[in-house]
Structures are given as C-alpha cells and as structure tokens.
Design a protein. Structure first.
Length: 442
C-alpha cells in the first residue's frame, strides 16, 4: 500500500516544512517526486508528526484485565496518536523472567493495534535473568513501594543490578523509608495527605540514590515520571557530567495537576509519585522546554472508577492518559509552553533514542511509516463516555482543548481516522538495538 500525504506541515528532524510524504509499503519517503500512490491525502492546514512513543504504560495484561488489556490499551493509544508503547512489568504474574516476557510478546502479537515492547522487571534476586534476557526494552526497578513484590530497596541488590547488567535501566524513584515514616506520622490520612506521604523528599532521596548508582557503575539510566522541581538540578548536574548516561521524563499529570486539584478531583489525581505544587508544575515545564527532561510519557495506569472511589488509602494510585496525552500537549503548544518541534522530539524521537528503538521516532527516509496527522486548531472536549480505554474515564473529563490527532498510521496502515479505530489491525513488536548507545550517542 502506498499513501501520499500532500500539503501537510511536516515536522522533520531539521524543522517543519511543507513537503509531500509517501508511506511506501510501511516505510517513509520524504519528497518522493512524481510517484504512483494507491491513495492521496490532502492534509492542507494540518501538521504531520512522527507517531508518538509512550515508554511507560500499564496495560494490565495479564491478570488485571478488568482495568485494561493489551487490545483496549493499544486501541486507546491509536486514537491518541501513539504508535508504539513500552509496557511495564508489574502485571499478574509479573514480567521477571524470559518465559513471562516471551508470553507477553506472543499475546501482544494477537491483540495490539499499535507496535509494542516490554520491560523486564527487577527483583532482589533475578540478576542472572536480567543479564541474559532477550528482547526487553530495558530493566525496570521500583525503588519505592508502588508495586509490592517488585520493590528493590536493599542497597546490595541495587548495586548488583547496576554493576552486573548491561540493558538500560529505568526506575520509579521514591524512597521507601521516607514514605513509610511520613505515613506513620498521619493518624487518619485522607487523599489530601497523599502528597505529604509521597513528598518531595522521598522523590529527591531516591533520584539521588539511583543517579549515584548509575554514575559509579557507568550504567545508562532513565528517571521515570519526574514529579518535583527539586529533582531538576540534580538531573541536570548528572547530565552535564558528560558521561552520556542519564535521561529523564515527565508525565502530563505532573505538568498539569497539583495539590490544589485534590479538592476538585480527589483520588482521580492520586498518583505515585504524587502530584506536587504549582511551583513544581512550572519547574517541570521549564525543564521540558530547555531539554533537561527529554521525554514525555503517560504512566497510563487505569483503574475502574468504582475502585478509585474507595476511601483513601484503599483507593489505588494511577490514572488513564494514553489517548489524551498528545491532545494535551498540542494544547500546550497553542499556549506557547513548547513548540511543535519540541513536542515531536520529546514524544517520538527522544524515546526512540533513549530505548534504541530501530526505525522509529522520525519522519525521515527509510524510517517506519508510523505517523500522526494533527489539527492544531481543532477544539474538542474530553468526555468520559468517549474514552476507549477499558477503564472508561479521564481526569480531564470536561476539559476543552485546542489541538487534536485526526489520523494515525501504523506501519503505513491507517488505523485511526474520523474518530474510529481499525480494531482488527495487528502491529509488530518493536526492535531494540542496544548497541546503538542510547539518547546521547552520536
């Protein structure tokens, strides 16, 4: 299949240009000249972006599929302009050995509308698995109690993981002892106390600890879901050391929500790491714009509304975001918080480079034909009843945005258009070439 996209403002690695793009049997050709196409799309007034890569989702499959599964999560992703996702290991059972990882890939091949990849989860005693595993995007460590049995908090275990493995590592950074001490000091906590329990100190201590491990063991490390402005100079110092080891990411909820939103949304914005203050929002936006934070990801972590409505602390942490992330960031472009070129970099090119994903992240000759057409001027309102995630809700319900993905191609196949997803399309596993050296490699 050959699809020619004409008249779009195309966000290329070199900048935005109005140039034709051919999706040629799954591969991109920029400015192909006079060629035959099976179909031609007139994209006047629209922008063509590389398909977004969400490097942090929880699609709950297997074991918790009442919340989400690989099919429904990928359908929601396609609607949101996300063409590749990397899924976390805290499923049931956890993804902590080769057999579990292989099983996930086999399952995803039968279910996923978008491209897929998976992390291998670290435990205190699976270092040998982490050293030999094949096909993983990287190693995920939970330095904090978000996922119970996957907690790796003992220093000896962390030292071994950083010293003996070679895959890039990412981590949930919240200091377990700080979280527990804060929780013990509050006799009858409510959801308003969640950000006091999982406070700035917990995040800073764990981030410093992880960066120290990465520095001493010369190991590539990606700081997941940075939530505080206080972490930014620590990350910047590690990046500026010149070792080329450190990258970081931020999520829409840490950019757009803060502690003032508990009054309005309660446990709907209960997250780990917790939302912080308006000053933290501002600091994270600045770090995203200046490049101290390289990646935008969702930490899409859906729960059913009836679960979220349990009294705190029985209410689970997490929210769905994969189908609204791009629209939220397009709205931010319209508010001059970042440029369309920065958006494409932080949501496509940067995650592809962080995780060494072959053929993805750019609109360039020879790259995979994963692209999304967006209308920067389209106004729309997020509504719970229109969400495709199985959880069926969004914390941004009722919020009107300007900017919307209108068509998504995965591997050259149109999988989302006119508000509808081709649920029968099946995409492919992402390929990770970790010899490429990551984000800072030249």
């Amino acid at each position: 299949m050959r699809t020619l996209i004409n008249n779009a403002d195309v966000v290329l690695p070199s900048g935005t240009q109005r140039v034709p793009v051919l999706l040629d049997h799954g591969v991109i050709r920029v400015d192909p000249g006079d060629v035959y196409a099976d179909e031609t799309v007139d994209a006047a007034g629209l922008h063509l972006l590389p398909g977004c890569i969400d490097d942090q989702v929880h699609f709950r499959d297997p074991g918790l599929t009442q919340k989400e599964d690989l099919h429904t999560g990928s359908v929601a992703a396609a609607k949101g302009g996300v063409t590749t996702f990397i899924e976390m290991p805290n499923t049931n059972p956890t993804t902590t050995d080769q057999a579990a990882l292989d099983s996930k890939y086999a399952d995803a091949a039968t279910k996923c509308v978008t491209n897929f990849g998976f992390y291998i989860g670290a435990t205190p005693d699976n270092v040998d698995v982490l050293k030999s595993v094949r096909g993983a995007a990287g190693i995920k460590i939970f330095i904090g109690s978000s996922t119970g049995s996957l907690l790796v908090d003992e220093q000896d275990a962390l030292e071994r993981i950083f010293a003996e493995t070679t895959l890039p590592i990412c981590a949930h950074c919240e200091d377990e002892s700080t979280v527990r001490a804060n929780a013990a000091a509050i006799e009858h906590p409510t959801v308003h106390d969640h950000s006091r329990i999982r406070d700035e100190k917990a995040a800073v201590i764990a981030t410093k600890r992880a960066l120290d491990l990465a520095h001493r063991h010369k190991h590539r490390f990606h700081v997941l879901h940075v939530s505080t402005a206080a972490e930014v100079p620590i990350i910047a110092e590690a990046i500026n050391s010149g070792e080329g080891l450190i990258t970081a990411e931020v999520c829409p909820h840490h950019l757009l929500f803060n502690v003032d939103d508990y009054d309005r949304l309660g446990s709907l914005v209960q997250m780990n790491p917790s939302v912080k203050t308006a000053d933290d929002n501002a600091g994270l936006w600045k770090a995203l714009a200046d490049g101290t934070i390289q990646v935008i990801a969702t930490d899409h972590a859906p729960h059913r509304l009836d679960e979220k409505e349990h009294p705190y602390p029985a209410s689970p942490s997490g929210l769905p975001a994969v189908e609204n992330m791009l629209a939220l960031m397009l709205d931010a472009v319209n508010q001059d918080k970042l440029t369309i070129e920065q958006l494409a970099d932080r949501m496509a090119d940067a995650p592809a480079r962080v995780w060494d994903i072959v053929g993805k992240g750019r609109i360039a000759d020879g790259y995979d034909a994963d692209v999304v057409l967006v209308d920067l001027n389209a106004e729309h309102t997020i509504r719970n009843e229109e969400q495709l995630t199985k959880s069926g809700w969004s914390p941004w319900d009722g919020v009107t945005l300007r900017g919307l993905p209108v068509k998504t191609w995965v591997g050259g196949t149109l999988v989302f258009s006119d508000g509808r997803v081709d649920v029968n399309h099946r995409a492919r596993r992402a390929e990770f070439d970790h010899d490429r050296g990551g984000y800072w490699a030249t």
